[in-house]
Ligand binder design. Sequence first.
Ligand code: XMP
Length: 186
Amino acid sequence: MSTTPHLDKPLFSAEEIRTRVHVLADAIARDYGADEILAVSILKGSFVFTADLIRALAAHQVHPLVDFMTLSSYGSSSMSSGKVLLHQELSLPVKGHRVLLIDDILDTGLTLQTACQLLIQKGAREVRTCVLLDKPSRRVVPITADYTGFQVENVFVVGYGLDYNNRYRHLPGLATLKFEVAPGAT
Ligand code: XMP
């Protein structure tokens, strides 16, 4: 069956996101105090969120080390494959660090759970999690984020770094994507 995705409804504006990112940074800065943070950003979807979050943290005199890992559970579609693949490893040592794991969206929970396990295996002293979006209704593993931007319904979200087939990442706000069956499709 062929479907044509198109932008549906705006969810959160750039201004709403900016305000929320600063609230998250405030909470993180208070919780960590003077302790050094190793921020680990899960690519690709969280690159915009991470860039804004670390600069919001800098406004609180918090300057994390930053590293990236690439994990995927979605392939190129809007359906989770249920299998999480590691495509790119971290470049910094993790042992003994307090890690703040950053992801764009907590959906089934498999990606965040896998990433947490990897970081613990590598000797992280602690792993806390920070997600821009949370879709609690989709969870298949019991995991909650320590810091959450917004909760959303079971909708497919794009913009602010989140994509569909690598498109829409440039949008300054977040919007839902609608999948419509093309006329005449079977
Ligand atoms: P899991 O299911 O492992 O999924 O928690 C987390 C990853 O799935 C992607 N994802 C989305 N990407 N809009 C997106 O652009 C969405 O609505 C969406 N839901 C899940 C995302 O890469 C996330 O890191």
